[in-house]
Design a protein around this ligand. Structure first.
Ligand SMILES: [Zn+2]
Ligand SMILES: [Zn+2]
Length: 118
């Protein structure tokens, strides 16, 4: 592939417009390449967008994990309490505990999906 503007071999491709770039035309925007003076701002915006999406993604995964841990603790607490109380008085806390544990499993599952999507 040759440079889009010069009869020279391209050393990279612009992340925004996909044109071939030679030494004179290339500009580095963080870890990406852009047309010098043409696409630099576009590529910077693109990079920022990707970064922001990744951060939001990690935040969601973190929130799911925290909720899952909280649910698991509450579940254990309720089931433990229900078990101590016995079959009659302990029926409601035991049911709640199992419900919490089920929810926790669901949240753990979602969190795992979020973490592994990278
Ligand atoms: Zn470009
Ligand atoms: Zn060039």
């Amino acid at each position: 592939m040759d440079c889009f503007t010069h009869p020279l071999a391209a050393i990279g491709i612009c992340k925004h417009c996909g044109r071939g770039l030679c030494h004179d035309c290339v500009a580095a925007v963080e870890l990406s390449l852009a047309c010098k003076g043409r696409c630099e701002t576009h590529v910077a915006a693109l990079n920022e967008l990707t970064q922001r999406a990744k951060t939001a993604h990690e935040k969601a995964a973190g929130a799911y994990t925290k909720t899952a841990i909280f649910m698991a603790l509450a579940g254990l607490l309720f089931t433990g309490f229900g078990a101590i109380e016995g079959s009659r008085a302990g029926f409601i806390p035991l049911s709640l505990g199992i419900l919490f544990l089920l929810c926790s499993g669901f949240y753990f599952h979602s969190a795992k999906r979020y973490w592994s999507r990278d």
